[in-house]
Ligand binder design. Structure first.
Ligand SMILES: NC(=O)c1ccc[n+]([C@@H]2O[C@H](COP(=O)([O-])OP(=O)(O)OC[C@H]3O[C@@H](n4cnc5c(N)ncnc54)[C@H](O)[C@@H]3O)[C@@H](O)[C@H]2O)c1
Length: 307
């Protein structure tokens, strides 16, 4: 890595790639974006900006040539990612960290067929959408990823103001999306069973679990939920009752899914204008929460006892 600010090569300028590009630029990094779409230059200029610190090229090898970090955000298809990393591995500097934003494909799968020199520098750096606002990056090393690569990736994501967490084992969905999946399944079941409307479900979530989990974690909440008796008291009391609730199973046939989609669209609307209005509102409110938490001047680990 150079003494100056790092250079990131953003591969794929879709929803996630452009957001990574904005984040890196905000942090003073040099950003090189590549994507085969013909309008990529205009897209980057309008949504990331222009200047000596932003370069766009349709040539993947050219894009990664001077990268400290390659952050790949192409289509979620194994063969595409394998092909991309074959080319990236051949063109990127020998010390570059090679990360994929993949939500489901593991580094071990992508590394199949790659040389050891490339495979040891490849890992998943899975952001939550949008990466420029959501602090979490799940760092998921593959079987052939070197510990030095994992450490370097964590350091680079910290430099971008993110909160990287190294995931211990490769598992479909990693951690955050498995949790999201579990709640989404229950939410769909509850709406389909007419227990609650989509609007009311979202109101319930925002005003309870959402707010709680923006400030403390789940297990920390368990410790508090038991009062001075802590998690032991919770598990013996309320937890013993709620622990026996069977998870709901949502209907997944086409008709049921269509009904659910129609209900949600009727609640929030649909189309580019709705997307833009909801996106602007989401970003504003997320920033407000992040600013409030930063002003609290607390570190995430502060609530924990250091061992
Ligand atoms: N959307 C999310 O919520 C989310 C969240 C976390 C991670 N991810 C992951 O991020 C990645 C990108 O997702 P997205 O939602 O931004 O997708 P997207 O469809 O918005 O963008 C994909 C981009 O890749 C480009 N592309 C296609 N072929 C390419 C190639 N050969 N080289 C470079 N670019 C190429 C496309 O032109 C497109 O601009 C996926 O791996 C996805 O799993 C997505």
């Amino acid at each position: 890595m150079t003494a100056e600010q790092p250079t990131v090569a953003v591969v794929g300028a879709g929803v996630i790639g452009l957001s990574w590009a904005r984040l890196a630029r905000e942090h003073g990094w040099t950003v090189v974006v590549t994507d085969p779409r013909p309008d990529v230059a205009e897209l980057v200029s309008s949504s990331v900006g222009e200047g000596a610190d932003v370069r766009v090229t349709p040539d993947l090898s050219d894009a990664v040539r001077a990268a400290d970090l390659v952050q790949e955000n192409g289509p979620e298809r194994l063969t595409v990612k394998q092909q991309l990393f074959t080319e990236i591995g051949a063109a990127a500097p020998a010390q570059a960290i090679l990360a994929t934003s993949s939500s489901s494909i593991t580094a071990s799968e992508i590394a199949d067929g790659l040389t050891d020199g490339v495979a040891e520098r490849l890992l998943v750096g899975h952001p939550f959408n949008p990466p420029e606002l959501m602090p979490l990056v799940e760092v998921v090393p593959g079987r052939r990823t070197s510990p030095a690569t994992t450490d370097a990736a964590v350091a680079l994501y910290r430099q971008l103001g993110r909160e990287p967490v190294v995931v211990g084992k490769e598992i479909p969905g990693f951690v955050a999306n498995r949790l999201q999946g579990a709640i989404s399944r229950e939410a769909r079941f509850l709406v389909q069973s007419q227990v609650v409307s989509p609007a009311d479900l979202d109101t319930i979530l925002r005003n309870s679990l959402g707010l709680r989990w923006a400030t403390i974690g789940l297990f920390e909440g368990n410790v508090l939920g038991g009062g001075p008796g802590g998690i032991r008291h919770l598990f013996a009391g309320v937890g013993a009752q709620t622990g026996g609730i069977e998870p709901g199973v949502p209907a997944t046939d086409a008709e049921a899914v269509e009904r659910l989609i129609t209900q949600v669209e009727a609640t929030y609307g649909t189309g580019p204008d709705v997307y833009e209005a909801l996106r602007v509102r989401r970003d504003r409110r997320t920033r407000a929460v992040l600013d409030a938490l930063a002003a609290d001047d607390d570190d995430v680990s502060d609530g924990r006892r250091e061992s």
